[in-house]
Design a protein around this ligand. Structure first.
Ligand code: SAM
Ligand code: SF4
Length: 360
């Protein structure tokens, strides 16, 4: 009890000192994160856990070894790092994972950060596999979340189970229904997988139209060891997907840009929006505004490069001011772009870490 009280006092004290330190820069608006290529970095993606209740075959091996608890940021540390980013101009935070909604106590962080929406933050969003939405959707909405991305790669329950290994499609669908009822805007993320959902994508797009969901189709990225499969076998270029979809749907390019790797089209027949995320065939790195924090507190300035900054060690050893300096220094090293490759010669891994560690 006493220890808990002392820790709380210490946290408040260090935040007060830190606020005084950074007030001048905030007043003079010199505290933005701008990288060497002139890109303003104002979007943080945070993987809050490497654990997940699914084992999607393109994301994880079946017998994944998860990280020990001591290596993972505590919820307080997670929030501290987010808050320092907010002081440095971050306007949007996306919580992801692993499965963010299976992390114990995460709703408290979401509630706390949600209070910043409309003030320090424009948006707090979540990427989820949907397994926990039935019970958590309302709390998410009440916390200030307005949009969520839900991953779904097939509408056939057996195929859904095959790709997620452990997932229950009906439970996810109930979660989606609940999320819609409470007012969350939903975007479905679908990874295009050769010979798996390749010919099923039109059906998912049509279903999204019926349900009033937007949809984004994602190219498989070569991240982390996934066991026996090779990604060359799973990889499906979205240029082919688009050609196929155009046989059934009228797709019109939208001028909309999100500073991310997605390009959007409107779909005349379904009246919804469709995004294509093409890190391999086109990378769009020139407008990248984001960085990624792993659940171990390591900052990756680019999803597809290995250079990183260990923010957890800085925070644990040196406190908030040092953390701010470490973030600024890391942004000075944000690379121009990535060079993912999937080919017969390099069929599997471009970067060694899994997407669940870095956060998709
Ligand atoms: N568990 C949550 C989910 O599935 O939405 C959040 C984390 S998951 C890593 C985030 C997104 O990354 C999902 O849409 C997933 O399909 C995608 N993803 C995972 N591994 C990928 C890979 N190797 N290439 C492309 N997308 C991947
Ligand atoms: Fe879990 Fe998401 Fe990876 Fe699937 S894609 S295994 S749901 S983290």
């Amino acid at each position: 009890m006493l220890l808990k009280f002392l820790k709380l006092e210490y946290n408040i004290f260090s935040w007060e000192i830190y606020k005084i330190h950074s007030m001048n820069e905030i007043i003079n608006n010199t505290n933005k994160l701008i990288d060497p290529f002139g890109r303003t970095v104002d979007y943080l993606r945070v993987s809050v856990t490497d654990r997940c209740d699914f084992r999607c075959t393109y994301c994880m091996a079946e017998d994944m070894q998860f990280l020990p608890k001591k290596d993972i940021l505590s919820l307080e540390e997670l929030e501290d790092i987010c808050r320092v980013f907010m002081r440095l101009g971050t306007r949007k935070i996306r919580l992801t994972g692993g499965e963010p909604l299976v992390r114990k106590g995460i709703m408290q962080v979401i509630n706390n950060l949600g209070k910043e929406v409309g003030n320090s933050l424009d948006e707090l969003t979540i990427t989820t596999n949907g397994s926990q939405l039935e019970t958590k959707a309302e709390e998410l909405f009440n916390a200030g979340v307005r949009r969520i991305n839900v991953s779904l790669d097939h509408l056939d329950p057996d195929k859904f189970r095959e790709i997620t290994r452990w997932g229950d499609l009906e439970k996810v669908k109930r979660g989606l229904k609940k999320a819609q009822e409470v007012g969350l805007k939903i975007k479905i993320n679908t990874v295009a997988i050769s010979n798996f959902n390749q010919y099923h994508l039109p059906e998912i797009l049509a279903w999204c139209g019926e349900e009033n969901f937007d949809m984004t189709i994602i190219e498989i990225m070569p991240m982390g060891d996934i066991g026996g499969d090779t990604r060359y076998g799973q990889y499906l270029p979205l240029s082919e997907v688009r050609k196929d979809l155009q046989k059934k749907f009228t797709l019109t390019d939208l001028p909309e840009r999100t500073s991310g790797p997605a390009r959007y089209v409107s779909v005349k027949e379904t009246k919804n929006k469709l995004g294509f995320i093409t890190p391999l065939t086109h990378n769009f790195c020139e407008s990248c505004n984001r960085v990624r924090l792993t659940c171990t507190g390591v900052l990756y300035m680019c999803l597809g490069q290995d250079d990183n900054a260990d923010l957890k060690t800085v925070l644990r050893n040196n406190g908030l001011n040092a953390l701010e300096d470490a973030i600024k220094k890391a942004i000075e090293r944000k690379p121009k772009g990535h060079d993912f490759e999937i080919s017969r010669q390099s069929p599997n891994i471009s970067v060694n870490r899994h997407m669940s560690l870095t956060g998709g």
